[in-house]
Design a protein around this ligand. Structure first.
Ligand SMILES: Nc1ncnc2c1ncn2[C@@H]1O[C@H](COP(=O)(O)OP(=O)(O)O)[C@@H](O)[C@H]1O
Ligand SMILES: Nc1ccn([C@H]2C[C@H](O)[C@@H](COP(=O)(O)OP(=O)(O)O)O2)c(=O)n1
Length: 228
């Protein structure tokens, strides 16, 4: 690398629920001094707004009509990511079961995706040192020119065990079924479904510790940075 400021590096991390995207992305960004964006939190935030505003989630036309209304702001410091809707901190409310069960329907609406994608691109472009962006369609649609694309996978059993460990006392089988259902919805929607980009590096995390996954991704980012 030349002397002086390093060029910003853009990293896209995609994959289904519970594969380790958030934990890995946050740690990689913190270690490398990059910004961090949880795009799932943005889709959860707009879903939270639709629910609290009384919009019929079963009606894509009604969702599309108001998709531009809420102001969603993401703070991209990996040490303390934040998310607000019209100035209200929604980091807690966006993790409720109600929002989780409705987020796939809301995020399938093209007007919602167009709105959120615009926010994502703007944050990625303004990150001075670069950014790690995690989601479902980052490598394929949002940032197709990312310097590095990672696609994380893990068996449904491992993913359900991880998630039910987080939701204390949750039944592993019910969690597994809910995950599979949400992944199927996210993978089968028409507009930018959950998918691996052709040029993404696939990492199966089933048998890896979180530390191993983080090390693997940090190494890949450093290789890309050195080559820039
Ligand atoms: N490789 C791993 N091994 C064990 N647990 C993991 C691993 N990666 C992530 N986890 C744990 O699994 C849970 C879900 O991880 P998270 O990063 O939120 O996944 P995602 O963002 O893909 O839904 C978290 O509690 C996290 O600590
Ligand atoms: N880039 C993205 C990110 C998330 N989504 C949608 C689809 C996902 O089911 C929801 C929630 O994503 P989130 O990453 O918070 O989900 P989990 O942490 O895996 O439970 O948002 C999306 O459509 N596109």
């Amino acid at each position: 690398m030349e002397n002086g400021a390093a060029k910003p590096v853009i990293v896209a991390i995609d994959g289904p629920s519970g594969t380790g995207k958030s934990s890995t992305s946050k740690a990689v960004a913190a270690q490398l001094g990059l910004s961090y964006l949880d795009t799932g939190a943005q889709y959860r935030a707009i879903t939270w707004w639709m629910v609290t505003s009384g919009i019929d989630i079963e009606d894509p036309t009604a969702i599309a009509a108001v998709a531009g209304k809420p102001e969603i702001i993401s703070g991209t410091d990996p040490a303390g990511p934040t998310i607000t809707v019209d100035g209200t901190d929604v980091s807690g409310p966006i993790r409720t079961q109600e929002v989780t069960s409705k987020v796939s329907a809301v995020s399938a609406v093209p007007e919602v995706r167009a709105r959120i994608t615009e926010l994502q691109r703007s944050l990625a472009t303004s990150a001075e040192r670069g950014i790690v962006v995690e989601g479902r369609d980052i490598g394929t649609t949002v940032l197709p020119d990312a310097d590095l694309k990672i696609f994380l996978t893990a068996s449904p059993e491992a993913r359900a065990a991880r998630r039910s460990g987080e939701l204390k006392g949750a039944d592993v089988n019910a969690t597994r079924e809910a995950l599979i259902k949400r992944d199927a919805a996210d993978s089968s929607r028409k507009t930018s479904p959950l998918a691996k980009a052709d040029d993404a590096v696939e990492v199966d995390t089933t048998e890896l510790t979180l530390t191993q996954v983080i090390e693997c991704v940090v190494t890949l980012v450093e290789e890309k940075r050195a080559a820039k």
